[in-house]
Design a protein around this ligand. Structure first.
Ligand SMILES: [Zn+2]
Length: 59
C-alpha cells in the first residue's frame, strides 16, 4: 500500500499490501498546529469584539 499525505499529496512511504492510505504528514501537522494557535488568538479577539458590541447595543 501507498501512504499518502491527504493534504499535500506527498507520498510518505509504502507498506506491504494493496491500496492507498491517507494520513497527515508531520510537516503539515506542525503547520496546522501553528495555524490553530493563530486561529485561537483571532477567535478570542472576535469574541471580545462581539461581547463589547452586544453590550453597547443592550445599554
Ligand atoms: Zn503533507
Amino acid at each position: 500500500m501507498t501512504i499518502i499525505c491527504a493534504w499535500c499529496k506527498r507520498v510518505l512511504g509504502t507498506k506491504q499490501g494493496t491500496g492507498t492510505v491517507y494520513v497527515m504528514c508531520p510537516e503539515y501537522l506542525a503547520k496546522l498546529r501553528s495555524e490553530i494557535v493563530t486561529l485561537r488568538r483571532h477567535l478570542i479577539g472576535a469574541e471580545r469584539v462581539t461581547e463589547k458590541l452586544l453590550k453597547k447595543e443592550g445599554e
